[in-house]
Each structure stands twice: as C-alpha cells, then as structure tokens.
Design a protein around this ligand. Structure first.
Ligand SMILES: [Zn+2]
Length: 429
C-alpha cells in the first residue's frame, strides 16, 4: 500500500496492490474482500479496481463486502493480483456506553487507521468468512499476510508521530513499514505522542503516550517487556515481530492488533504505581494477544474464547510468574473490571448470542479463564503447558477452532476432562 495522508483534513489516498495466492485447494471463481471503512457513509471512495492488470467491472460493494467475479478461474496454488485505488475520509472516534468504542477515525489528539484497507477474507472449506459487525467483541477473521506500507504526508513539515504494526525504514520521500505474517496492519498518528522504548528479546517495544502520563507509560512498557519474557518461556515460542507498539488510546478500551495494541486512556489515569491495577492487567492481556490472535488466530465472531480466554488466562500466567502475591487480587478484581458477575454458562458462545457486553466478557473472558485454570489443575502443569506449546506450534499462522483445541489436547492427556466440557461448554467436543 502507498498511502498519502492529509493529517489536517483527516483523509488519505491509497494505492493498494494485493497478491492473493490461492491456497484453498480448489479453483476460485470469485474473491471476497472486507471493506470495513464502507460501514461509514462517505468514508470509502473507490477510484479504480483491476485484476491482473485489467479493469474489473463485475464487482459488487454491499456494506463491508466487496465481491469480485474473476473473468477466469484462479487455479489452486496460482496467484492473482488485485489493484485498488481509493480515498478515505475518516469519521470521528465514537464512544457510547454499552458498546465498544469506535477507534477507527480521528479525535482532536489522534488518528487511527484500523481495518482501513480492503483485504481478502479467509476461505474456509469453500466458504468466504466475513461476519457482520456487532456492538461488542470483534467480528473479523484474518489469514496471515505480509505487508509493505509506504506512508507520506501531504504536509511533511508538520507530520505527526506515527505508531504502526510494522518496522520502519526510509524509502525516499516515503517511510516504508513492513510486517511479515501479520493478521492486520494498523497506523496510529498524533502530533502529541511521546514515546519510551525498551528491548525484549529480539524485539523493540514502544510505549506511545500523551504528555503527563510518563510514569504510567513507562510502567506499561516494563510490564509488557516482562510479559513477553514470561509468554516466550511458557508458550515456547517468542514474540513474532521486530517491533511492538503499545499506544495510549484517546478512548477507553484495550484493543489488540498485529504488532500494535491500543490501551484505554482511563487506565493511565487510574495507574497507582503497583502491579494491581487496570493498566498492568490490560497491558499484559493485550501483549498476550500477540500469541493468541496474532500467531494462533481464530474466528473472533463465532469462537471468540479461543483468543479472549487465552489472553485473560495469560494475565494469570503473568501474575503468577512475576507478582505471585497479586494473584488473589487478580481473580477478585474481575467483577469490578467487567461490571458484574458471570451469568451465562457457555464459554463457546459467539459474539452475537452473548446477550450484552457484560455477559459477553464474563463468559468468554472470565469463565474462559476459569475453564483453562480448571483444566490445568485437572491434567497437571506438565501436560497443560506441553499441550499449549504444541497447540501453538501446530496452529501458528493458521486459524484455530474449538475442535482443533480439543483434538490436540487429547494427544497430551489421558485424564477424562468430559466433566469440564459439560460444565463450561454448550457444544460437545
Ligand atoms: Zn482481549
């Protein structure tokens, strides 16, 4: 993608080239792309669309679904080139009670490009997987892809500070950002950002923040460095990218993306100088998504427990390793954090049938964490971590399912865990 951004006008013009290799095992007659910016009126303006160098007239753009009818079938293992030019006019960020804040767009202090470009959605068992937006939770499913994003500003003398999913390098008048085997590519820009950085293994971690929050931003950075070490050791696989950016949101929500996460603004205000607060729990939670979301992806709409229960329980693994005295605080803190107690029994619900944000987080995150903790107690630490490492290895770069979770689990223990499945899940596995 070549992106020319007008920071002042809150707009961008994008020239995007997608190389899509057909790994589905079947010839394809069409492609389906997600175009999330088209959820907003007058945000996404398509200027040109061609496939393998030929302008394509046979397409439909309906809501966030762009369907391309290929003029000739794309053979298995063959690659098609889709070239799209478009303009983005960003919407203002939105925050309302009871729904997830909309973080795509701009505020006075920040511009966030999240799920901002058309991308080919996964094709699983012959079906294109594109779910609709919901009031809470995430709905997109991502194949792993390699990204090269070249960015420049219309007013380079007043260019903002840029945080992104990728590693940056100069490229003439552009700045080039690259990300290998990422799920999604984010850019967040602000004229106000300050930044701390630290090394964690082979990666550089950045903490971008607004002025006056130095102490909290530094604490978040250090917690993430520690979490990276804990997860690399416990999950047996290191962080997978060259950089990781923790970005203070101009909104109150934590949100994971590839190589970049947003943190709730309120967590910086509430930071109390100890490990026992929202800032540290959210930091290590979002860091954990770089394993469970990024390396092992899932269908976030239909089986969200596969990343959220894992990220929630990763907080437990962080605290038991680094601040063991804070573990009982951590369990007790959950009801305050999610605003209520568990009401739904089934960890394996979709975002659409959770019945609200509070039951959703209670069930998928908190009951999901209880399930993983009970499973660990039942089968023992050795089997539990050997299983997690194997599951991560087998599903790395792929889109895991509840079925693959239990299939791999069964190869690591003889213990009967059917009671736990009955207790925590609505489906049998
Ligand atoms: Zn999460």
């Amino acid at each position: 993608m070549n992106v020319v951004m007008d920071y002042k006008a809150k707009s961008a013009s994008v020239d995007e080239t997608i190389l899509y290799p057909n790994y589905t095992g079947q010839p394809l007659n069409d492609l389906v792309l997600a175009v999330e910016p088209n959820y907003w009126q007058n945000c996404f303006t398509l200027k040109s669309l061609d496939v393998d160098g030929t302008p394509l007239a046979n397409y439909t753009l309906d809501g966030h679904k762009l369907s391309l009818q290929l003029t000739q079938p794309l053979a298995s293992q063959a690659t098609v080139t889709v070239h799209i030019q478009y303009n983005l006019a960003l919407p203002p960020l939105q925050q309302q009670h009871g729904v997830r804040p909309q973080i795509f767009g701009y505020s006075q202090a920040q511009m966030n490009l999240t799920d901002w470009y058309p991308f080919v959605v996964p094709n699983i068992a012959g079906q294109w997987v594109l779910h609709d937006h919901w009031y809470y939770g995430e709905h997109l499913v991502y194949d792993a892809a390699d990204f090269e994003v070249n960015l420049k500003f219309t007013d380079p003398a007043n260019a903002p500070v840029v945080a992104s999913s990728g590693e940056s390098s100069p490229n003439g008048e552009w700045t080039r950002y690259t990300l290998s085997a990422g799920r999604t590519f984010v850019i967040s820009a602000s004229r106000e950002y300050k930044v701390f950085s630290a090394q964690a293994g082979n990666a550089v971690i950045y903490s971008y923040y607004f002025p006056l929050y130095d102490k909290a931003a530094q604490a978040s950075l250090m917690a993430s460095v520690q979490a990276m070490q804990v997860y690399a050791q416990r999950y047996g696989t290191p962080y997978s990218h060259a950089t990781f950016s923790i970005v203070m949101g101009d909104f109150n929500d934590g949100m994971e993306f590839s190589g970049l996460v947003f943190m709730p603004h309120s967590a910086y205000n509430l930071y109390n100088g100890t490990p026992e607060n929202l800032l540290i729990t959210v930091t290590v939670h979002e860091t954990a998504h770089q394993w469970w979301f990024e390396q092992v992806a899932d269908d976030q709409a239909l089986q969200p427990w596969l990343d959220e229960a894992f990220a929630a329980y990763s907080e437990h693994i962080f605290y038991e390793s680094v601040y063991p005295n804070a573990l009982s605080w951590w369990w007790a803190y959950w009801p305050a954090r999610v605003g209520g107690s568990a009401s739904l029994p089934s960890v394996d619900i979709s975002i659409y049938d959770a019945g609200g944000f509070i039951p959703y987080t209670n069930t998928v995150y908190l009951r999901g964490a209880h399930f993983l903790d009970d499973l660990r107690s039942l089968i023992g630490d050795d089997a539990f971590f050997a299983f997690l490492q194997d599951y991560l290895n087998q599903e790395n770069g792929r889109i895991a399912t509840s079925a693959s979770f239990f299939r791999i689990l069964r190869t690591h223990t003889q213990t009967d865990f059917s009671g736990l499945i009955k207790e925590y899940f609505k489906n049998s596995y």
